[in-house]
Design a protein around this ligand. Sequence first.
Ligand code: TNX
Length: 504
Amino acid sequence: MKSNIFFLFLFILLISCQDQKQEINSIETYNIIPQPVEIKVQNGSFQLDKDTKIVVPNTEDFKTSAQYISTIFSNVNADNIQAESTENNAIIIELKDFEEEEKYTLSVNSDRILIQAKNATGAFYAAQTLRQLANENSIPAVEITDYPRFAYRGMHLDVSRHFYDVAAVKRFIDQLAYHKINRFHWHLTDDQGWRVEIKKYPKLTEISAFRKETLIGHFSDDPQQFDGKKYGGFYTQEEIKEVVAYAAANFITVVPEIEMPGHSVAVLAAYPELACTEGPFEAGTKWGVFDDVFCPKEETFEFLENVLTEVMDLFPGEYIHIGGDECPKTKWKESAFCQKLIKEKELEDEHGLQSYFIQRMEKFVNSKGRKIIGWDEILEGGLAPNAAVMSWRGEEGGIEAAKQRHDVVMTPTTYCYFDYYQSPAKTEPLAIGGLLPLKKVYSYDPVPAELNAEEKKHIIGVQANLWTEYIPTEEKLNYMMFPRACALAEIAWSPNENKDYPDF
Ligand code: TNX
């Protein structure tokens, strides 16, 4: 009898030990970039298997979220998506009317995963967090509350200096989504190549999309050397639509950039009548800034308006980027037409002409219900009334624009230029110059201290730029992008006061 009691006791002990076999988690268990606003450690884990259900409210939006979750976990069966609630072995998506648009909460215990969000955007970000948390089929128990610091979390890609095809661009978009970056600034035109099909102007893709050769090595090499190979490419309108839809499915808005009045010599190669001088012109074969730019003639405005009309049909986002950077005034100074126009319009000088140019384009874009965004040179000679500014030459342009109550995206070279070296140049593959280590990116706070509370609201976000003069392949693109894009994601999303570099 005694021994029976002993075995019973042992049995109970074993069972209770089994129960406590659940994992003990600590804050180190959760490796999520960008770091969520709040993480509460919980012990145990949820195990996904082929019977795991996804329970979802009966709305199209959330059904898409459920579908998405079923694709990220190969074990979860899309046939298991259902509307009836169950508390066991389920991923439950619930509608919750949060104040913040992109907010989600994620609660994981051994029975179920509960996602609460206001809309599919929040659910999508919860899914990204889940992806990062999962270790194969096991997800550690946790309570997360999360929402972004900035509405505009951007990554830029220059496809003019080097071209990236649709498949590569989609892979780039995948990386953005994984890091909760929600704007893809697509730099589609520059001196070295035009990359978007415009039906009205076929020569843009026949001529402007190609350059006769490309500089090898660094711009500053003496003598400069060229590869002697024709280079180029472009996206058809169908391909653009495909990318825009792909980005949208990843909750990313594409901001297309059509450069003007500078960085436009590739266009002049096909349409020399848009220049101030006769030409001929050719698409750039080396890097830098070119003196031949659009001439502010009626013909030029008509051309650009027609181009932007097609561009706006392709890109549904609020912002159209019209460049505005680095426009030398050399040709405008020498042009009798420009000098006459300056007098006629009572402009101060060529900078006034740049402002006139931008303001005209802004009026046109506004007339189609969209807004312009441009590099900080659009401040020259007076900012167009509704324009947003991308501050790249330091933060001054952004500060000035915010003081004038314009929306601003911070992207200063000092913290956001991912074409710069990541460590001392002699240890790195060829890059344009500069030095921007990971830690420096991470240290950036996009909201300048000298702005008052009202002005600070105009800093809508932050972006990093990938200029591709020295980035000819996708492999090198990824090398330059990471891990710095992880730091960008965190400064764009996570609260400033939670920042912790060693932890990151
Ligand atoms: C400046 S940033 C440029 C680009 C170059 C980049 C190289 C900006 C608005 N213009 O044309 O590619 O520097 O770092």
